[in-house]
Design a protein around this ligand. Structure first.
Ligand code: GLN
Length: 500
């Protein structure tokens, strides 16, 4: 049986395994695989071990909480009190937040234990994890390939069985695309479903935190802990939180699933096309109805996204000036003479080239005389894309699409051509523009043994429908339980680590 959050909860509670042994196993796995996979930027070992000992005491006394003793890795863009939060950037190499993000507060209150901070593209800008200042993370299915991005470390660590659970963030696909490349399951909730307080901002109108794990059931468990209104984030929604685990148990009979014709055209790998169509046929066989729908403005998604996201990023990243946080290059004398050169040198040395490219693009798009032509226009395109989805959802309950046009690509293969990299986000960014929730889950393998993902999309705040569809699919298939051959196999490692 795979070590999922659900199975670990049970084994810990029944005292078949000890939290301390589990934690030691997790660190043994991370340490042995880190040189190849590079999933982590920093570890929280001493504290995690201490907390695991306390978790055992709580479990022994029978007063465990929902996630007591469950190890979790956190994308390094989410603030963790007392632990560095680098955002994959040199400019924040020594930034230690004085507070926890709301999701961290909620996970800790439920008993989860943070094992470390996960690798990512700098400031979450990228689709391959190659824009990290801490070295690229690698795909555990094939170490010459990228794990996807920007939450590449999160996906790789879960796929490699180093941790059962991770958090990612998704502005244009950063949870769903790496989940697909690494053969795991990931959820981008509706904008506003989870508090963004303590998530370092990339594009504030698009960013959302979400869970990444092996199974849909695990996502349901963790979403339940994190979802809901937060007084510290005005964009978090008061919409009631459903019972996600109960939603998982509902069957798909009676659901209508739409397949948007624009998502199955030119550029899509035939193997992915087939895997997603096979999944549709399976849904149909199990009693769902499958219909064709249309999302006619899909092709405007990429330009609208790369305008909106860069514009917001250029404003959000203005705060890294060498004064308030992290890196400072150069000195300012007491008359402030060298202030300007300190700003310049700090930003020159602190940011990587993709981040600089985006700051320049975004600054241009927001500059006077261009705002209407670019940012304002992108906002109008967002409204049109949202309307496309609203129209499609009049004909179906869920939409089924590929996550990516290709399987995981080779390291270095798209680094010289940013446009080529941006185009790989074609099926994911439309959801962020429309603020919709999306689930990425394994749907098969390519002929060269790489994972293929599929995406389910639901109307706003209908994560329950996504989980219902996804959970059922995982009862009929075992793609999500297959592990890469070199992976760390926690279960086997546990036997040799326990008691030591
Ligand atoms: N790949 C997209 C980008 O580079 C999405 C990133 C994200 O979702 N954080 O902007």
């Amino acid at each position: 049986m795979a070590w999922t959050v659900a199975t670990l909860q049970k084994s810990l509670k029944e005292r078949k395994i000890k939290s301390i042994d589990l934690m030691r196993t997790v660190f043994a796995a991370i340490e042995s695989r880190q040189p190849q996979v590079n999933a982590f930027i920093s570890l929280n070992k001493a504290q995690a071990i201490e907390e695991a000992e306390k978790a055992d005491r709580d479990l022994d006394k029978g007063n465990a909480k929902l996630l007591t003793g469950i190890p979790i890795g956190i994308k390094d863009v989410i603030c963790t009190e007392g632990m560095t939060t680098t955002c994959g950037s040199k400019i924040l190499h020594n930034f230690v937040p004085p507070y926890d993000a709301t999701v961290i507060t909620r996970l800790k209150a439920a008993g989860a234990i943070i094992v470390g901070k996960l690798n990512m593209d700098e400031f979450a800008m990228g689709s391959s994890n190659e824009n990290s200042a801490y070295g690229p993370c690698r795909n555990p299915w094939d170490l010459t390939r990228v794990p996807g991005g920007s939450s590449g470390g999160s996906a790789a660590a879960v796929a490699d069985r180093q941790v059962p659970l991770a958090l990612g963030s998704d502005t244009g696909g950063s949870i769903r695309q790496p989940a697909a490349f690494c053969g795991i399951t990931g959820l981008k909730p509706t904008y506003g479903r989870i508090s963004r307080y303590g998530l370092v901002a990339f594009a504030s109108s698009l960013d959302q935190i979400g869970p990444m794990a092996l199974t849909v059931e695990d996502l349901a468990i963790v979403l339940q802990v994190m979802a809901g209104k937060d007084p510290l984030d005005a964009t978090s929604s008061p919409e009631p939180v459903a019972d996600y685990r109960a939603a998982c148990r509902e069957e798909v009979k009676g659901l209508t699933i739409g397949m948007p014709r624009e998502y199955f055209g030119e550029g899509l790998s035939p193997e992915i096309d087939k895997a997603v169509r096979d999944a549709a046929a399976l849904f149909e066989k199990k009693g769902a109805k499958v219909v064709e729908v249309s999302l006619p403005h899909t092709k405007f998604g990429i330009p609208a996204y790369y305008l909106a996201a860069t514009a917001e990023a250029s404003a959000n990243l203005a705060r890294y000036d060498g004064v308030k946080y992290g890196l400072r290059v150069g000195r300012v004398d007491d008359r402030g003479v060298a202030l300007r050169s300190m700003y310049e040198r700090t930003r020159h040395d602190g940011f990587g080239s993709e981040v600089k490219r985006r700051i320049m693009l975004g600054t241009f798009a927001l500059s006077s005389g261009y705002y209407e032509a670019y940012y304002a226009k992108a906002t109008k395109v967002r409204a049109i894309i949202r309307k496309d989805f609203e129209d499609a959802f009049k004909k179906c309950n869920l939409i089924l699409t590929p996550v990516t046009p290709t399987v995981a690509f080779s390291l270095g293969s798209k680094m010289e051509d940013p446009l080529e990299m941006y185009l790989s986000d074609v099926y994911t960014i439309t959801l962020n523009l429309a603020e919709l929730p999306g689930l990425s889950l394994p749907a098969g393998f390519s002929s060269n043994g790489l994972p293929i993902g599929m995406q389910l999309i639901a109307p706003h705040f209908r994560e329950d429908l996504l989980l219902r569809g996804g959970f059922s699919y995982q009862q009929w298939t075992d793609w999500h339980l297959r592990a890469p051959s070199g992976s760390s196999a926690l279960e086997a490692r546990y036997e040799s680590t326990k008691g030591k």
